[in-house]
Design a protein around this ligand. Sequence first.
Ligand SMILES: Cc1ncc(CN)c(N)n1
Length: 215
Amino acid sequence: MSEGNFSEWLRARCEPTWTEVVTHPFAEAITKGTVPDDDMRRYLSQDYQFVDTFTALLGAAVACADSFEARVPYGRFLGQVATTEEKTYFHRALDALGAGTGATVLEPVTEDFRTLMDEARTSQDYVLIVAVLCVAEWTYLGWASRATQPYPDNFVHREWIELHEGPEFRQWVDFLRGELDRLGPGLDEDHRQEVLSVFHRAVELEKRFFDMARG
Ligand SMILES: Cc1ncc(CN)c(N)n1
């Protein structure tokens, strides 16, 4: 691993799955606005449950980061996810699709993803927490940035792209990658392999999540 390039080192070790995620037919259909309502409803209902645990993981990042400088971006992003865009999006989108945000039977992949996030959260190991967050956000930037203008008219598709694209979201992904790049060189070999294992599990789960959404 070359100095300062831990995030790219991790990503490259997850090929070809990484590319299968960012070019996944379901993600591509979102960018084109062609996902059938039944599939979008299944996907967003499961993702609402994902985001619940993801929000708890962001809280763990605030708690476990190794400096005030590092805590601040998590706090800022946590505020956005919990109170504004993402939360109102789910309510509006699921309403438009004829579903609510109430109890949902979890798909196996949603259970498995929540288990991974809970493991990272309870480990209180900052670099493992960043690894999971980074996969979730970087893969989403990956597919969303493949969307071409004009974005779909349907707000359910368009806003989901916009939430995962644009300068602010890019900056957030750069921050997460930067944290991995900063921490990687200081890890011993066992710890580095542990981060790779968590990163790899998260990439596999992203692929399974899109597979599930496709039905
Ligand atoms: C499954 C999944 N992975 C990532 C993201 C992006 N926050 C998401 N909403 N859902």
